[in-house]
Design a protein around this ligand. Structure first.
Ligand code: KG4
Ligand code: ZN
Length: 479
Protein backbone atom coordinates (compact mmCIF):
# COMPACT_ATOMS: atom_id res chain seq x y z
CA UNK A 1 0.00 0.00 0.00
CA UNK A 2 2.70 2.42 1.01
CA UNK A 3 4.70 1.39 -2.02
CA UNK A 4 1.86 2.07 -4.41
CA UNK A 5 1.02 5.51 -3.12
CA UNK A 6 4.69 6.41 -3.42
CA UNK A 7 4.64 5.16 -6.97
CA UNK A 8 1.78 7.32 -8.02
CA UNK A 9 3.62 10.43 -6.86
CA UNK A 10 6.96 9.69 -8.47
CA UNK A 11 6.59 11.24 -11.88
CA UNK A 12 10.31 11.44 -12.41
CA UNK A 13 10.77 7.74 -12.81
CA UNK A 14 10.63 6.52 -16.39
CA UNK A 15 7.40 4.86 -17.43
CA UNK A 16 7.52 1.72 -19.49
CA UNK A 17 4.80 1.63 -22.06
CA UNK A 18 2.02 -0.86 -21.45
CA UNK A 19 0.41 -0.06 -24.72
CA UNK A 20 0.40 -2.33 -27.68
CA UNK A 21 3.12 -2.10 -30.22
CA UNK A 22 2.40 -2.71 -33.86
CA UNK A 23 5.30 -4.46 -35.42
CA UNK A 24 5.81 -4.98 -39.10
CA UNK A 25 7.54 -8.29 -38.65
CA UNK A 26 6.34 -11.63 -39.79
CA UNK A 27 4.93 -14.93 -38.57
CA UNK A 28 5.28 -16.02 -34.99
CA UNK A 29 6.23 -19.66 -34.64
CA UNK A 30 3.43 -21.88 -33.38
CA UNK A 31 3.72 -22.62 -29.67
CA UNK A 32 3.70 -26.05 -28.23
CA UNK A 33 5.43 -27.71 -25.33
CA UNK A 34 9.18 -28.29 -25.43
CA UNK A 35 9.46 -26.21 -28.58
CA UNK A 36 12.16 -23.54 -28.41
CA UNK A 37 10.51 -20.17 -28.10
CA UNK A 38 11.23 -17.44 -30.66
CA UNK A 39 13.22 -14.54 -29.31
CA UNK A 40 11.69 -11.10 -28.88
CA UNK A 41 13.34 -7.78 -29.27
CA UNK A 42 12.75 -4.14 -28.47
CA UNK A 43 11.06 -2.31 -31.29
CA UNK A 44 13.37 -0.75 -33.79
CA UNK A 45 12.96 2.98 -34.35
CA UNK A 46 11.14 2.27 -37.60
CA UNK A 47 8.53 0.10 -35.89
CA UNK A 48 5.16 1.68 -35.26
CA UNK A 49 4.21 1.73 -31.63
CA UNK A 50 1.30 3.18 -29.71
CA UNK A 51 3.90 4.36 -27.28
CA UNK A 52 4.47 7.36 -29.53
CA UNK A 53 1.17 8.76 -28.36
CA UNK A 54 1.66 8.14 -24.70
CA UNK A 55 4.46 7.92 -22.21
CA UNK A 56 7.41 5.71 -23.08
CA UNK A 57 10.60 4.71 -21.31
CA UNK A 58 13.04 7.60 -21.60
CA UNK A 59 15.78 5.38 -22.92
CA UNK A 60 15.71 1.85 -24.31
CA UNK A 61 16.88 -0.66 -21.77
CA UNK A 62 20.22 -2.15 -22.80
CA UNK A 63 19.44 -5.49 -21.18
CA UNK A 64 16.52 -6.22 -23.52
CA UNK A 65 16.93 -9.22 -25.81
CA UNK A 66 18.04 -8.62 -29.35
CA UNK A 67 16.01 -10.89 -31.62
CA UNK A 68 12.82 -9.84 -33.38
CA UNK A 69 9.20 -10.32 -32.29
CA UNK A 70 7.01 -11.74 -35.00
CA UNK A 71 3.34 -11.46 -35.74
CA UNK A 72 1.53 -14.80 -35.42
CA UNK A 73 -0.22 -16.23 -38.44
CA UNK A 74 -3.98 -16.99 -38.23
CA UNK A 75 -3.38 -20.72 -37.74
CA UNK A 76 -0.60 -20.47 -35.17
CA UNK A 77 -1.26 -22.12 -31.84
CA UNK A 78 -0.89 -19.47 -29.15
CA UNK A 79 -0.90 -19.97 -25.40
CA UNK A 80 -1.51 -16.85 -23.33
CA UNK A 81 -1.51 -16.19 -19.60
CA UNK A 82 -4.08 -13.53 -18.63
CA UNK A 83 -3.92 -11.61 -15.35
CA UNK A 84 -6.72 -9.45 -13.96
CA UNK A 85 -6.51 -7.32 -10.83
CA UNK A 86 -8.44 -4.20 -11.79
CA UNK A 87 -11.20 -4.72 -9.23
CA UNK A 88 -11.78 -6.79 -6.12
CA UNK A 89 -10.85 -10.20 -7.49
CA UNK A 90 -7.38 -11.50 -8.29
CA UNK A 91 -7.72 -13.71 -11.34
CA UNK A 92 -5.56 -15.50 -13.87
CA UNK A 93 -6.07 -18.01 -16.67
CA UNK A 94 -4.24 -19.82 -19.42
CA UNK A 95 -6.08 -19.92 -22.73
CA UNK A 96 -5.18 -21.40 -26.09
CA UNK A 97 -5.94 -19.62 -29.38
CA UNK A 98 -8.22 -22.55 -30.31
CA UNK A 99 -10.48 -21.27 -27.51
CA UNK A 100 -9.54 -24.02 -25.07
CA UNK A 101 -9.43 -22.77 -21.48
CA UNK A 102 -6.59 -24.71 -19.86
CA UNK A 103 -7.09 -23.29 -16.40
CA UNK A 104 -8.56 -20.39 -14.52
CA UNK A 105 -8.21 -19.30 -10.93
CA UNK A 106 -10.12 -16.52 -9.20
CA UNK A 107 -9.29 -15.49 -5.68
CA UNK A 108 -12.27 -13.47 -4.53
CA UNK A 109 -12.33 -11.11 -1.61
CA UNK A 110 -15.59 -12.44 -0.26
CA UNK A 111 -14.77 -11.84 3.38
CA UNK A 112 -13.70 -8.27 2.75
CA UNK A 113 -16.86 -7.68 0.75
CA UNK A 114 -19.00 -9.00 3.56
CA UNK A 115 -17.15 -7.07 6.26
CA UNK A 116 -17.14 -3.69 4.50
CA UNK A 117 -20.37 -4.09 2.54
CA UNK A 118 -18.56 -3.54 -0.75
CA UNK A 119 -15.11 -3.22 -2.26
CA UNK A 120 -12.73 -1.34 0.01
CA UNK A 121 -9.87 -0.20 -2.24
CA UNK A 122 -7.11 -0.26 0.36
CA UNK A 123 -8.15 -3.72 1.47
CA UNK A 124 -8.35 -4.81 -2.15
CA UNK A 125 -4.76 -3.66 -2.68
CA UNK A 126 -3.52 -5.65 0.28
CA UNK A 127 -5.42 -8.72 -0.80
CA UNK A 128 -4.05 -8.60 -4.35
CA UNK A 129 -0.55 -8.23 -3.05
CA UNK A 130 -0.91 -11.29 -0.84
CA UNK A 131 -2.34 -13.65 -3.41
CA UNK A 132 -1.09 -12.65 -6.85
CA UNK A 133 1.96 -14.95 -6.90
CA UNK A 134 -0.07 -17.91 -5.65
CA UNK A 135 -2.89 -17.32 -8.12
CA UNK A 136 -0.54 -17.19 -11.12
CA UNK A 137 1.44 -20.25 -10.00
CA UNK A 138 -1.73 -22.25 -9.41
CA UNK A 139 -3.05 -21.23 -12.82
CA UNK A 140 0.10 -22.49 -14.55
CA UNK A 141 0.12 -25.69 -12.48
CA UNK A 142 -3.49 -26.48 -13.22
CA UNK A 143 -2.89 -25.89 -16.92
CA UNK A 144 0.13 -28.16 -16.65
CA UNK A 145 2.32 -25.62 -18.41
CA UNK A 146 5.34 -23.60 -17.41
CA UNK A 147 6.19 -20.03 -18.32
CA UNK A 148 8.45 -21.25 -21.12
CA UNK A 149 5.43 -22.77 -22.89
CA UNK A 150 3.65 -19.41 -23.11
CA UNK A 151 3.42 -17.23 -26.21
CA UNK A 152 2.70 -14.02 -24.28
CA UNK A 153 1.33 -12.49 -21.08
CA UNK A 154 -1.79 -10.28 -21.15
CA UNK A 155 -2.74 -8.00 -18.29
CA UNK A 156 -5.45 -5.45 -17.56
CA UNK A 157 -4.04 -1.92 -17.50
CA UNK A 158 -7.28 0.02 -17.14
CA UNK A 159 -9.79 1.40 -16.56
CA UNK A 160 -9.49 1.16 -12.79
CA UNK A 161 -11.67 0.25 -9.87
CA UNK A 162 -14.34 2.90 -9.53
CA UNK A 163 -13.77 3.34 -5.82
CA UNK A 164 -10.08 3.93 -6.42
CA UNK A 165 -10.96 6.63 -8.90
CA UNK A 166 -13.31 8.39 -6.52
CA UNK A 167 -11.01 7.98 -3.56
CA UNK A 168 -7.99 9.14 -5.57
CA UNK A 169 -6.10 6.02 -4.64
CA UNK A 170 -3.57 4.42 -6.86
CA UNK A 171 -4.87 1.96 -9.40
CA UNK A 172 -4.87 -1.63 -8.23
CA UNK A 173 -4.21 -2.93 -11.74
CA UNK A 174 -0.66 -2.20 -10.63
CA UNK A 175 -0.34 -5.53 -8.82
CA UNK A 176 -1.27 -7.53 -11.88
CA UNK A 177 0.91 -5.37 -14.09
CA UNK A 178 3.98 -5.84 -11.90
CA UNK A 179 3.48 -9.59 -11.87
CA UNK A 180 2.84 -9.71 -15.62
CA UNK A 181 5.97 -7.69 -16.42
CA UNK A 182 8.07 -9.75 -14.10
CA UNK A 183 6.88 -12.99 -15.70
CA UNK A 184 7.22 -11.62 -19.23
CA UNK A 185 10.64 -10.13 -18.45
CA UNK A 186 12.02 -13.30 -16.87
CA UNK A 187 10.86 -15.55 -19.70
CA UNK A 188 11.33 -13.16 -22.61
CA UNK A 189 7.65 -13.02 -23.53
CA UNK A 190 5.77 -10.22 -25.28
CA UNK A 191 3.21 -8.42 -23.18
CA UNK A 192 -0.24 -7.12 -24.06
CA UNK A 193 -1.96 -4.35 -22.08
CA UNK A 194 -5.70 -5.04 -22.00
CA UNK A 195 -8.73 -2.75 -21.62
CA UNK A 196 -10.96 -4.32 -18.96
CA UNK A 197 -14.23 -3.49 -20.72
CA UNK A 198 -13.00 -4.65 -24.11
CA UNK A 199 -12.11 -7.94 -22.44
CA UNK A 200 -15.66 -8.24 -21.05
CA UNK A 201 -17.00 -7.80 -24.59
CA UNK A 202 -14.50 -9.97 -26.48
CA UNK A 203 -14.80 -13.04 -24.28
CA UNK A 204 -18.17 -13.51 -25.99
CA UNK A 205 -16.19 -14.37 -29.17
CA UNK A 206 -14.48 -17.20 -27.34
CA UNK A 207 -17.86 -18.62 -26.33
CA UNK A 208 -19.70 -17.93 -29.56
CA UNK A 209 -17.25 -18.59 -32.35
CA UNK A 210 -19.72 -17.32 -34.98
CA UNK A 211 -19.79 -13.90 -33.40
CA UNK A 212 -18.32 -11.63 -36.08
CA UNK A 213 -17.84 -7.88 -36.13
CA UNK A 214 -19.80 -5.67 -36.21
CA UNK A 215 -21.87 -6.39 -33.10
CA UNK A 216 -23.35 -4.42 -30.23
CA UNK A 217 -22.40 -4.80 -26.60
CA UNK A 218 -24.03 -3.81 -23.35
CA UNK A 219 -21.34 -4.00 -20.67
CA UNK A 220 -22.69 -3.86 -17.14
CA UNK A 221 -20.45 -4.13 -14.11
CA UNK A 222 -19.73 -2.56 -10.74
CA UNK A 223 -17.98 0.49 -12.16
CA UNK A 224 -19.21 0.78 -15.74
CA UNK A 225 -22.37 0.86 -17.83
CA UNK A 226 -21.51 0.95 -21.50
CA UNK A 227 -23.39 0.56 -24.72
CA UNK A 228 -20.98 0.15 -27.58
CA UNK A 229 -20.97 -0.67 -31.24
CA UNK A 230 -17.99 -2.93 -31.91
CA UNK A 231 -17.24 -2.26 -35.58
CA UNK A 232 -14.02 -4.23 -35.59
CA UNK A 233 -11.31 -5.37 -33.20
CA UNK A 234 -10.12 -2.21 -31.45
CA UNK A 235 -12.73 -0.04 -33.15
CA UNK A 236 -15.57 0.88 -30.86
CA UNK A 237 -18.24 3.57 -30.94
CA UNK A 238 -19.58 4.51 -27.54
CA UNK A 239 -23.34 4.89 -27.82
CA UNK A 240 -23.93 5.45 -24.12
CA UNK A 241 -22.32 5.42 -20.72
CA UNK A 242 -23.33 6.22 -17.19
CA UNK A 243 -23.45 9.81 -16.04
CA UNK A 244 -22.99 8.77 -12.40
CA UNK A 245 -23.20 5.25 -10.94
CA UNK A 246 -23.17 1.92 -12.73
CA UNK A 247 -25.95 -0.65 -12.27
CA UNK A 248 -23.70 -3.02 -10.27
CA UNK A 249 -23.01 -0.26 -7.76
CA UNK A 250 -26.79 0.21 -7.34
CA UNK A 251 -27.24 -3.55 -6.76
CA UNK A 252 -24.42 -3.55 -4.21
CA UNK A 253 -25.72 -0.54 -2.25
CA UNK A 254 -29.29 -1.82 -2.25
CA UNK A 255 -28.08 -5.18 -0.91
CA UNK A 256 -26.00 -3.51 1.78
CA UNK A 257 -28.88 -1.29 2.93
CA UNK A 258 -31.21 -4.32 3.00
CA UNK A 259 -28.82 -6.18 5.29
CA UNK A 260 -28.10 -8.96 2.76
CA UNK A 261 -25.19 -11.36 2.76
CA UNK A 262 -22.54 -9.63 0.63
CA UNK A 263 -20.11 -12.53 0.41
CA UNK A 264 -20.88 -13.13 -3.26
CA UNK A 265 -21.31 -9.34 -3.80
CA UNK A 266 -24.68 -7.57 -3.68
CA UNK A 267 -26.00 -8.55 -7.11
CA UNK A 268 -26.60 -12.27 -6.54
CA UNK A 269 -28.13 -11.54 -3.11
CA UNK A 270 -30.67 -9.11 -4.61
CA UNK A 271 -31.42 -11.46 -7.48
CA UNK A 272 -32.20 -14.25 -5.04
CA UNK A 273 -34.31 -12.21 -2.64
CA UNK A 274 -36.24 -10.57 -5.50
CA UNK A 275 -37.87 -13.97 -6.23
CA UNK A 276 -39.78 -13.66 -2.96
CA UNK A 277 -40.96 -10.09 -3.53
CA UNK A 278 -43.65 -8.23 -5.44
CA UNK A 279 -41.87 -6.22 -8.15
CA UNK A 280 -44.88 -3.91 -8.62
CA UNK A 281 -45.27 -3.06 -4.96
CA UNK A 282 -43.08 0.05 -4.97
CA UNK A 283 -43.29 2.45 -7.88
CA UNK A 284 -39.73 3.61 -8.34
CA UNK A 285 -39.41 5.91 -11.33
CA UNK A 286 -37.34 4.87 -14.33
CA UNK A 287 -34.20 7.04 -14.63
CA UNK A 288 -33.67 9.55 -17.45
CA UNK A 289 -36.96 8.92 -19.25
CA UNK A 290 -36.96 12.50 -20.53
CA UNK A 291 -33.49 12.08 -22.09
CA UNK A 292 -33.90 10.41 -25.44
CA UNK A 293 -30.36 9.05 -25.58
CA UNK A 294 -28.49 5.90 -24.54
CA UNK A 295 -26.82 7.13 -21.36
CA UNK A 296 -27.51 5.72 -17.92
CA UNK A 297 -27.97 7.02 -14.41
CA UNK A 298 -28.36 4.96 -11.24
CA UNK A 299 -27.64 7.55 -8.53
CA UNK A 300 -31.27 8.74 -8.42
CA UNK A 301 -32.63 5.18 -8.21
CA UNK A 302 -30.26 4.51 -5.33
CA UNK A 303 -31.70 7.51 -3.49
CA UNK A 304 -35.25 6.31 -4.15
CA UNK A 305 -34.33 2.92 -2.72
CA UNK A 306 -32.71 4.43 0.35
CA UNK A 307 -35.82 6.51 1.05
CA UNK A 308 -38.08 3.46 0.67
CA UNK A 309 -35.89 1.52 3.09
CA UNK A 310 -36.05 4.35 5.63
CA UNK A 311 -39.80 4.69 5.29
CA UNK A 312 -40.23 0.97 6.05
CA UNK A 313 -37.88 1.23 9.04
CA UNK A 314 -35.62 -1.53 7.77
CA UNK A 315 -32.54 -1.91 9.90
CA UNK A 316 -29.53 -3.13 7.89
CA UNK A 317 -27.81 -4.03 11.14
CA UNK A 318 -30.26 -6.91 11.44
CA UNK A 319 -29.14 -9.47 8.85
CA UNK A 320 -31.89 -10.76 6.60
CA UNK A 321 -31.42 -14.21 8.12
CA UNK A 322 -32.64 -12.82 11.48
CA UNK A 323 -35.44 -10.62 10.15
CA UNK A 324 -39.10 -11.25 11.05
CA UNK A 325 -41.40 -12.60 8.33
CA UNK A 326 -42.97 -9.23 7.76
CA UNK A 327 -39.59 -7.49 7.67
CA UNK A 328 -38.22 -10.06 5.24
CA UNK A 329 -41.19 -9.61 2.95
CA UNK A 330 -40.74 -5.79 2.95
CA UNK A 331 -37.08 -6.25 2.04
CA UNK A 332 -37.98 -8.68 -0.74
CA UNK A 333 -40.52 -6.20 -2.17
CA UNK A 334 -37.85 -3.50 -2.29
CA UNK A 335 -35.32 -5.87 -3.90
CA UNK A 336 -37.82 -6.95 -6.56
CA UNK A 337 -39.08 -3.42 -7.26
CA UNK A 338 -35.54 -2.08 -7.49
CA UNK A 339 -34.48 -4.85 -9.85
CA UNK A 340 -37.48 -4.35 -12.11
CA UNK A 341 -36.79 -0.64 -12.59
CA UNK A 342 -32.99 -0.99 -12.77
CA UNK A 343 -33.47 -3.44 -15.64
CA UNK A 344 -36.26 -1.43 -17.31
CA UNK A 345 -33.69 1.35 -17.62
CA UNK A 346 -31.35 -1.07 -19.42
CA UNK A 347 -34.16 -2.26 -21.70
CA UNK A 348 -35.18 1.24 -22.69
CA UNK A 349 -31.61 2.27 -23.49
CA UNK A 350 -30.92 -0.94 -25.42
CA UNK A 351 -34.01 -0.43 -27.61
CA UNK A 352 -32.73 2.97 -28.67
CA UNK A 353 -29.13 1.84 -29.02
CA UNK A 354 -30.18 -0.98 -31.36
CA UNK A 355 -31.93 1.57 -33.55
CA UNK A 356 -28.85 3.82 -33.62
CA UNK A 357 -26.44 0.96 -34.20
CA UNK A 358 -28.48 -0.47 -37.09
CA UNK A 359 -28.39 2.95 -38.74
CA UNK A 360 -24.60 2.91 -38.58
CA UNK A 361 -24.06 -0.79 -39.31
CA UNK A 362 -27.19 -2.43 -40.78
CA UNK A 363 -25.48 -5.85 -40.80
CA UNK A 364 -25.44 -6.22 -37.01
CA UNK A 365 -26.89 -9.54 -35.84
CA UNK A 366 -25.87 -9.79 -32.18
CA UNK A 367 -26.11 -7.98 -28.90
CA UNK A 368 -23.47 -9.13 -26.41
CA UNK A 369 -24.38 -8.62 -22.76
CA UNK A 370 -21.42 -9.06 -20.45
CA UNK A 371 -19.85 -7.83 -17.20
CA UNK A 372 -20.76 -9.00 -13.68
CA UNK A 373 -24.42 -7.93 -13.81
CA UNK A 374 -24.93 -9.98 -16.98
CA UNK A 375 -24.77 -13.12 -14.88
CA UNK A 376 -28.22 -12.20 -13.56
CA UNK A 377 -30.91 -14.45 -15.08
CA UNK A 378 -33.65 -11.82 -14.84
CA UNK A 379 -31.43 -9.31 -16.69
CA UNK A 380 -30.72 -11.90 -19.40
CA UNK A 381 -34.37 -12.88 -19.83
CA UNK A 382 -35.59 -9.28 -20.14
CA UNK A 383 -32.85 -8.30 -22.58
CA UNK A 384 -33.47 -11.44 -24.61
CA UNK A 385 -37.00 -10.18 -25.25
CA UNK A 386 -35.72 -6.78 -26.40
CA UNK A 387 -33.22 -8.39 -28.72
CA UNK A 388 -35.70 -10.88 -30.21
CA UNK A 389 -38.20 -8.09 -30.87
CA UNK A 390 -35.51 -6.47 -33.00
CA UNK A 391 -34.61 -9.70 -34.81
CA UNK A 392 -31.19 -9.89 -33.21
CA UNK A 393 -29.55 -12.61 -31.16
CA UNK A 394 -28.40 -12.27 -27.55
CA UNK A 395 -24.92 -13.54 -26.66
CA UNK A 396 -24.17 -13.84 -22.95
CA UNK A 397 -21.02 -15.53 -21.68
CA UNK A 398 -21.61 -18.04 -18.86
CA UNK A 399 -21.81 -16.38 -15.41
CA UNK A 400 -18.21 -17.24 -14.45
CA UNK A 401 -17.00 -15.43 -17.57
CA UNK A 402 -19.30 -12.45 -16.94
CA UNK A 403 -17.83 -11.57 -13.55
CA UNK A 404 -14.16 -10.56 -13.59
CA UNK A 405 -11.86 -13.38 -14.69
CA UNK A 406 -8.49 -14.05 -16.26
CA UNK A 407 -9.93 -15.87 -19.28
CA UNK A 408 -11.32 -12.67 -20.80
CA UNK A 409 -7.92 -10.99 -20.43
CA UNK A 410 -6.01 -13.93 -21.92
CA UNK A 411 -8.48 -14.17 -24.82
CA UNK A 412 -8.29 -10.43 -25.54
CA UNK A 413 -4.52 -10.84 -25.47
CA UNK A 414 -4.81 -13.57 -28.09
CA UNK A 415 -7.04 -11.42 -30.30
CA UNK A 416 -4.55 -8.53 -30.16
CA UNK A 417 -1.50 -10.72 -30.51
CA UNK A 418 -2.93 -12.12 -33.72
CA UNK A 419 -3.25 -8.55 -35.01
CA UNK A 420 0.35 -7.83 -34.08
CA UNK A 421 -0.53 -5.52 -31.20
CA UNK A 422 1.83 -6.20 -28.35
CA UNK A 423 4.82 -4.76 -26.56
CA UNK A 424 8.19 -6.49 -26.59
CA UNK A 425 9.34 -8.30 -23.45
CA UNK A 426 10.24 -5.98 -20.61
CA UNK A 427 13.83 -6.16 -19.39
CA UNK A 428 14.39 -9.06 -17.01
CA UNK A 429 15.98 -6.75 -14.46
CA UNK A 430 13.31 -4.05 -14.52
CA UNK A 431 13.32 -2.21 -11.18
CA UNK A 432 10.22 -2.74 -9.01
CA UNK A 433 9.72 0.95 -8.28
CA UNK A 434 8.87 2.06 -11.80
CA UNK A 435 5.81 4.18 -12.48
CA UNK A 436 3.70 2.29 -14.95
CA UNK A 437 1.51 3.65 -17.68
CA UNK A 438 -1.80 2.64 -16.08
CA UNK A 439 -5.08 4.10 -17.30
CA UNK A 440 -7.64 4.59 -14.56
CA UNK A 441 -9.80 6.70 -16.89
CA UNK A 442 -9.69 5.11 -20.28
CA UNK A 443 -12.68 5.22 -22.65
CA UNK A 444 -13.16 2.27 -24.95
CA UNK A 445 -14.29 4.24 -27.97
CA UNK A 446 -15.18 7.61 -29.30
CA UNK A 447 -18.55 8.98 -28.31
CA UNK A 448 -21.27 8.71 -30.96
CA UNK A 449 -21.72 12.38 -31.81
CA UNK A 450 -25.48 12.23 -32.38
CA UNK A 451 -25.94 10.54 -29.06
CA UNK A 452 -24.31 13.23 -27.00
CA UNK A 453 -26.58 14.23 -24.20
CA UNK A 454 -27.06 17.41 -22.22
CA UNK A 455 -27.42 15.26 -19.14
CA UNK A 456 -23.83 14.14 -19.54
CA UNK A 457 -21.64 15.70 -16.94
CA UNK A 458 -18.81 13.22 -17.11
CA UNK A 459 -15.61 14.37 -15.54
CA UNK A 460 -13.18 14.32 -18.40
CA UNK A 461 -10.14 15.42 -16.48
CA UNK A 462 -7.17 13.06 -16.59
CA UNK A 463 -8.76 10.90 -19.23
CA UNK A 464 -6.58 8.85 -21.54
CA UNK A 465 -7.24 8.91 -25.26
CA UNK A 466 -9.67 6.09 -26.03
CA UNK A 467 -8.40 2.62 -26.97
CA UNK A 468 -10.00 3.09 -30.38
CA UNK A 469 -8.28 6.42 -31.06
CA UNK A 470 -4.89 5.02 -30.04
CA UNK A 471 -5.27 2.03 -32.33
CA UNK A 472 -6.57 4.10 -35.25
CA UNK A 473 -3.75 6.63 -34.90
CA UNK A 474 -1.22 3.84 -34.86
CA UNK A 475 -2.71 2.22 -37.96
CA UNK A 476 -2.59 5.54 -39.81
CA UNK A 477 1.03 5.98 -38.86
CA UNK A 478 1.76 2.57 -40.34
CA UNK A 479 0.25 3.38 -43.72
O1 KG4 B 1 -17.56 -7.16 -13.92
P1 KG4 B 1 -17.54 -7.34 -12.45
O2 KG4 B 1 -17.25 -8.71 -11.92
O3 KG4 B 1 -16.52 -6.34 -11.79
C1 KG4 B 1 -16.38 -5.03 -12.25
O4 KG4 B 1 -15.76 -4.85 -13.32
O5 KG4 B 1 -16.96 -4.15 -11.59
O6 KG4 B 1 -18.94 -6.84 -11.90
C2 KG4 B 1 -19.18 -6.82 -10.54
C3 KG4 B 1 -20.59 -6.36 -10.32
C4 KG4 B 1 -20.91 -6.17 -8.85
O7 KG4 B 1 -21.53 -4.92 -8.68
C5 KG4 B 1 -21.89 -7.30 -8.58
O8 KG4 B 1 -22.86 -7.00 -7.58
C6 KG4 B 1 -22.54 -7.49 -9.92
O9 KG4 B 1 -21.51 -7.33 -10.84
N1 KG4 B 1 -23.17 -8.80 -10.04
C7 KG4 B 1 -24.48 -8.98 -10.20
C8 KG4 B 1 -24.70 -10.37 -10.21
N2 KG4 B 1 -23.49 -10.99 -10.07
C9 KG4 B 1 -22.55 -10.00 -9.98
N3 KG4 B 1 -25.49 -8.10 -10.29
C10 KG4 B 1 -26.73 -8.58 -10.43
N4 KG4 B 1 -27.02 -9.90 -10.42
C11 KG4 B 1 -26.04 -10.83 -10.32
N5 KG4 B 1 -26.35 -12.13 -10.33
ZN1 ZN C 1 -15.43 -6.20 -14.72
Amino acid sequence: MAASSTLSRLNLVRRPSLTYALTTLRALKPRCRQQPRPQWAPLSSSSKSFSAHLSTPKSPNPSSPKAHPKIPGPDDDLLVLGIETSCDDTAAAVVRSSGEILSQVVSSQADLLARYGGVAPKMAEEAHLQVIDKVVQETLDRANVSETDLSAVAVTIGPGLSLCLRGNLSDISLFGVRKARKTAGSFNLPIIGVHHMEAHALVARLIERNLQFPFMALLISGGHNLLVLARDLGQYVQLGTTIDDAIGEAYDKTAKWLGLDMRRSGGPAIEELAHEGDAESIKFSIPMKQHKDCNFSYAGLKTQVRLAIESKHINAEIPISCASRHDRSSRADIAASFQRVAVLHLEERCERAIEWALNIEPSIKHLVVAGGVASNLYVRARLDQVVKKNNLQLVCPPPNLCTDNGVMVAWTGIEHLRMGRFDPPPPADEPEDLVYDLRPRWPLGEEYAEGRSEARSLRRARMHPSLTSIIQASLQQQR
